[in-house]
Each structure stands twice: as C-alpha cells, then as structure tokens.
Design a protein around this ligand. Sequence first.
Ligand code: FAD
Length: 287
Amino acid sequence: MKISDILAQNKPSISFEVFPPKQETGLDGVKQAAGAIAVLEPSFMSVTYGAAGSTSKLTIEVAKDIRDLHGVTVMPHLTCVASTREQIRDMVTKIQAEGIENIMALRGDIPKDGVIAHDYLHASDLITDIRAIAPDLCIGGACYPEGHVESEHKKDDIDFLKFKVDCGLDFLTTQMFFDNNIFYNFLYRIKDKGINVPVIPGIMPVTTAKQLSRSVQLSGTNVPERFRAIVDRFGDDPDSMRQAGIIYACEQIIDLIANGVNHIHVYSMNKPEVAKAILDNLKYILE
Ligand code: FAD
C-alpha cells in the first residue's frame, strides 16, 4: 500500500521505524526485533539506510522480511550523498522490482571524512531522479521543524524545503521534537510558503539519558525544561526513565491527535517493548 493512501484515511494511526544492523551478522537479531514490532500491526514501518549507504542491502532485506512475513506496508530509506547515479538507479530499480511502493529519499549526513560522490548534493536531486526512474513510487522526504543543523537561517531551510517538495514529494516526516508547539508553528510557516503535502510528526520515546544526549547532539533538538527535569530526576534509574520517557512520548502523541494530527511516526529504535507500551497506552485513542 502507498503511504499517501494510508495518510488519506481520516483516522489516527501510528507507524514505527527500525534500523538495519551494521553488519550482516546482526541481521537475525534485527529481523526478530522488527518482526516483534510488525505483529503490533502499525500502519507502516520504515527501515533506515546506514550512513553513506554502508548497509544498503540490509535495509531492503529487513523491509522485505517485515512485508513478506507480517503483511505490514514498508518504506526503505535511501540516501544519496555518497552514491553515484548508477548506484542510485540500481537501488531504486531493485526496490521497485521487489514490489515495494514507498521510499524515503534523503541526502544523508556528509561523511566525517568529507568524501562525497558529487553526483548528488541535495535530497531534491535524488527525488527528481527517483521520479524519473520510478514515477509510481510514493516518495517521502525529511523536514526539520527547528531547522536543519547545517542551515544558518530557518527561512532558507523552508525555501529549500519548498523546492524539494516540488521535485515530487508525496509527504514529509519530521526530525524528532520534544515540544509540540515547535511543530505547530512549523506547520503554519510551511503552509504560508505553499507547502501542502501531509507532514508526519516524528516522535522519539527517550528511554535512557544517554539516548537523549546523543540525539540532541546529532539533531540540535530543543529539550523543554519539563522534559529536562524528567531526565534529571529519573536518568539514573533505567526502569523509571523508560517509563517516564514512554509516558512523555504518549503525552506528545495524545496532544497531536487532539489537535487534528492523525498520523504519527515513532522512532522505535528496534525496541518492540517500547512500541508495545505506546500502543497499549493509546489503545482507545487509536481504536
Ligand atoms: P536536504 O533536504 O538535501 O537538506 C540538507 C541541507 O541542505 C539543509 O540544511 C537544507 O536547507 C540544505 N539544502 C537543501 N537544498 C539546498 C539547495 N538547493 N541549496 C543549498 N542548500 C540546500 N540519515 C541516514 O543516513 N539514513 C537514514 O535512513 C535517515 N533517515 C532520516 C529520516 C528522517 C525522517 C529524518 C528527519 C532524517 C533522516 N536521516 C537519515 C538524516 C538525514 O540524512 C540528515 O539530516 C541529512 O543531513 C539531511 O538529509 P535531507 O534529506 O534532509 O537533506
């Protein structure tokens, strides 16, 4: 099923994200975790692409496994900054040949050594190519309610986002955020720019203090005082922190649904117990 069709259904739903192993040896463990999330029947599952395409084969393999064994709609991610046009053509053709209908098109982070392939400078270049190779694929792209870390001015970021959407995106998924007001504000700003595709908020249930500091370091996401106090108070006690992090994420989701946002993507980080706890907490809201 195309994610654009799922989003067109006017009812609350949750999707989950998993990541592939760094090496083939970890594949069974990841497939098991992904399977345990898939049996919870999310509306779809996305599978990330290793930095610089290091695990590209494994992304498709995990996605196929979820779809074939559990019948869940999947969306593999694809990054382009370290790939040639030929490599991208191969990947897109492969995804299409597997009968997968969705793809998340990303630039990817610039590798630490600064080595890029130079065929693709921005995600918009990739989106244009995917549209040409596989016109029927449903294509998602990334957006950043607090601005992308490389972007000096939020206004430029939104101008580039408008260009990216116009290259052929069907929907956007946001970077994680911990303050819903930032997301609502972003929705107003992009609407003002004429960006009208659906925007899926990405919610990260933070279950350890270490996970929070790593995520913030990578994304520059603002941590509201209320959440900081939770991490300060419970960060040293794994059970309490996990419980508090899940409840905080559920509160964000409830507020989003109450404000008319129907679909939420959860960065479930290969943790079936976290995905299950979220769905259990939202059981009646999602029914
Ligand atoms: P772009 O849209 O190309 O934007 C990158 C930067 O370039 C921004 O600052 C933008 O303002 C600027 N820019 C865009 N177009 C232009 C232009 N024409 N001229 C000048 N500047 C421009 N990373 C992975 O490695 N694997 C994954 O699976 C993955 N999944 C992700 C999923 C989501 C939902 C999100 C939000 C991020 C994900 N990332 C992933 C991280 C992502 O690859 C990085 O944030 C990356 O740095 C930017 O990718 P992008 O597709 O947003 O790039």
